[in-house]
Design a protein around this ligand. Sequence first.
Ligand SMILES: Nc1nc2c(c(=O)[nH]1)N[C@H]1C(S)=C(S)[C@@H](COP(=O)(O)OP(=O)(O)OC[C@H]3O[C@@H](n4cnc5c(=O)[nH]c(N)nc54)[C@H](O)[C@@H]3O)O[C@H]1N2
Ligand SMILES: Nc1nc2c(c(=O)[nH]1)N[C@H]1C(S)=C(S)[C@@H](COP(=O)(O)OP(=O)(O)OC[C@H]3O[C@@H](n4cnc5c(=O)[nH]c(N)nc54)[C@H](O)[C@@H]3O)O[C@H]1N2
Ligand code: SF4
Ligand SMILES: [Mo]
Length: 905
Amino acid sequence: MDRQITASTCCYCGVGCGVLIEHDGEHILGVSGDPAHPANFGKLCSKGSTLHLTGDLTARALYPELRLGKSLARHRTDWDTALDHATSVFAATIAEHGPDSVAFYISGQLLTEDYYAFNKLARALVGTNNIDSNSRLCMSSAVVGYKRSLGADAPPCSYEDLELSDCVMIVGSNMAYAHPVLFRRLEAAKSRRPQMKVIVIDPRRTDTCDLADLHLAILPGTDVALFHGILHLLLWEDWIDRDFIRDHTEGLAELKNLVRDYTPQMVSQLCGISLGQLQQCAEWIGTSPSFLSLWCMGLNQSTAGSAKNSALINLHLATGQIGRPGAGPFSLTGQPNAMGGRETGSLSNLLPGHRDAANAQHRAQVASYWGVEQLPDSPGLSAIELFEQVRNGKIKALWIACTNPAQSMPDQTAVRAALQACPFVVLQEAFSTTETAKFADLLLPAASWGEKEGSVTNSERRISHVRQAIVAPGEARPDWAITVDFAQRLEKHLRPGQASLFEFDNPAQVFDEYKQLTQGRDLDLSGISHALIDRLGPQQWPFPAGAVEGTARLYVDGVFATANGRAQFVADPYRAAKEQRDARFPLTLITGRLRDQWHGMSRTGTAAQLFGHVSEAELSLHPDELRRHRLQPGDLVSLKSRRGAIVVAVASDDSVRPGQAFLPMHWGDRFLKGGVNSLTLPAFDPLSKQPELKHSGVRLDPVDLPWKLFALIEGDVQRHFETLRPLCEAFSYVSLSLVGRERPALLVRAANTSAPSAELLSEIDKNLALDDGPVLAYDDPRRAIGKRVRIENGRITAIRLAGETLAQHWLQGLWLEGRADQQLRRWLLAPLSAPPGNLDTPFNSNKILCNCKNVGQNAICAGISRGLDLQGLKQELGCGTQCGSCVPEIKRLLAATAQPATVFS
Ligand SMILES: Nc1nc2c(c(=O)[nH]1)N[C@H]1C(S)=C(S)[C@@H](COP(=O)(O)OP(=O)(O)OC[C@H]3O[C@@H](n4cnc5c(=O)[nH]c(N)nc54)[C@H](O)[C@@H]3O)O[C@H]1N2
Ligand SMILES: Nc1nc2c(c(=O)[nH]1)N[C@H]1C(S)=C(S)[C@@H](COP(=O)(O)OP(=O)(O)OC[C@H]3O[C@@H](n4cnc5c(=O)[nH]c(N)nc54)[C@H](O)[C@@H]3O)O[C@H]1N2
Ligand code: SF4
Ligand SMILES: [Mo]
């Protein structure tokens, strides 16, 4: 087929950018930003612009696979057998143990049509509220915040408010990494109007701080105290909107009583900031003509997540900064369709159309629309509770779709035990490589980005039509179709002889049935259809039937979605994070995102290019903390929490304060043995039930792992990954990554207390293609040292160092340069293990800042020392000229050379 272009959306973050997919009907060949899409007007970030490089077919789930006993391997099967088997297990389980003995755990990355099918399946057909999604780990505190304070789960703002605001406060959000295209928009607005104030509130000095006029590096978890302290000052200085408060709110009196105690002294001390910073922050909020706040996981992922959300919204209500251009509380949604999940009722406590499962009237409305007698009234389980009930045997069949709980849920020991114990785990996945796939009794291959059709809602309530470009590989099918097919089979058992609830032939039909359930509700989108979006472009809800355009801003009339139309001040006191630093666990571990990786990396982890910015798992510690522990960058430590321990390399990073540590959330067990969430805790917020993934108490213990392994192999990296990772299970420390842009290679580092058996090492060599052919080898069994290098056509194609790995960086450099000279040959055949000369410069030092133009930090620093400014660097090196994701970091390098780096005292 000829080259074609299909307009669709990016499958990553909640900005919801429009993309143009270039393809030939079978293969995706390229991707660019859609200039016509109102979320991004043609821009893409480093993740969106590399979408076509991800999704290696060898990593994809291509056929249904079934295993008939826990000790057996899965074998390929056909769809009929797979779904009939699932049907009989679910039907039997429901018959014997009741509908609440099964559960569905789904994802904010599904399309609206997928969600709707799942919800109808769980609530109308099975009769259980046990359907929850990974949005529980993500947005559920924001859902509670909006509902408690404003009456409905509806972000009131539009992206254009970022451009119109006079004061933007970014709280617990590293939007430079996590919502880059919106951050670009904010950067542009601030450069046009430098008087616009930007405040960043984050314990770490992130790239987002690059734009900040004021950075409050508050101590982790102290946001509620900070917001109450700000309100205290707003009231004291009379920077409030009395008319707005009188006409449109209630509950200030009680809140005033509470915040009286949050004196500036007390708050600045508790939050670890100066009085001046607090005062400045309150003044800008209280006196700017318009005030917008943007927030994300720093608020939501907390045992006080609901309180944090409402305490922030309190500030908008007190100042009347809502329902006006450039004003309002604006949560940045994490996943591309977390909003759609909330709209369709994809948390256990919700129902479609922003309804509540606990509300009898809401249940009756939905039941009557679906034509079933009733909906279940027993409360459904939220994610953490759900896996607990799986582990203790109450849930006997679990259906997981589009999420990877064996990587992303906290307290992995418990989660993996649950998955192991569950009699029947179904996994609907696009990639067969995930940590959860190991536990699946039935693996159902799902179509993924570019291969499926439906709709998504982004952070600003805008619904886009996600269009299919190519046919899904193998036998993969779209999620809605898998769900509907299964539901139709299950109906024959549960509702024999009755008319089908699932007569859908395409996603547009699913959408049309769903949208009627929003009629008359706050989110009324009954006027939207796939065809309407095709005609008018993506639209913001509410968009009732008969409307001609969507709604940019909510609450412009000051009437809120509460029973009496008034917004509610919420007076929750500050409560500290669950795990405070103490003598046994003296560090707070913060987890969060990297610029170029997406969650568990099933997709981004297939593209070597996306490892250029951060190549391997490292624990960031303040230089003082390294000194205190007598550690050098690169040293391995045992990082322990009350729940588990992992071995990881440390890095020096003065963007975290002493007493804190940062580890990216992406490194699951595949990439870093044990994975980050072996450490995190399952404690959750009492209202939103969102777990505290952001803070856990940890300590560093020294490790003695003298035996080291370094391996690198080019070629079919996914296949090498899948064979080598299990072989490394024997070692205490294991870290895998991809390197190289033109010729990707798998890189393995491991360490252990002692050498492995000769058999294991030769098995590893076999998988590195180092057992045969043009391989140079040197072994010193007495010192347990061995080196092997494969040289083909004058180039290194595989390396293995065992015992000592002093030459690893040197060898990696030779590999990258394609050099296999006499010096290498001489070194290889000599007993020495250190590289010749003093050549062991850490290889990571040249991280790739600009992914689009492949420009490394070294080149940029060299340019800066030649006197180039940002413009000059862009012109000469090309960096930062395409997606712009690297610009904040380049600016930071420029600033660092202009003045000595600031360190926390
Ligand atoms: N590159 C990339 N982008 C993504 C994703 C991805 O995986 N990769 N995932 C998407 C998803 S699903 C989500 S939810 C979003 C998340 O987007 P963000 O929430 O912006 O990202 P995080 O890095 O998880 O956390 C944000 C910041 O919260 C800070 N923080 C930690 N504790 C506290 C605290 O107590 N108070 C405050 N004020 N701040 C705190 C952390 O230091 C961190 O810098 O990103 C989306 N975008
Ligand atoms: N420590 C720590 N842990 C965290 C967080 C943190 O900040 N710190 N953040 C939390 C947050 S906010 C989130 S959102 C979660 C994310 O956690 P997960 O939901 O586990 O993240 P993903 O890796 O994106 O999982 C999505 C899966 O769906 C698969 N997939 C992709 N496309 C499709 C498709 O079209 N259909 C199907 N069926 N499958 C598909 C992907 O291969 C991938 O395995 O992690 C949470 N965990
Ligand atoms: S900001 Fe980047 S990751 Fe998010 S939707 Fe846009 S292109 Fe995709
Ligand atoms: Mo998320």
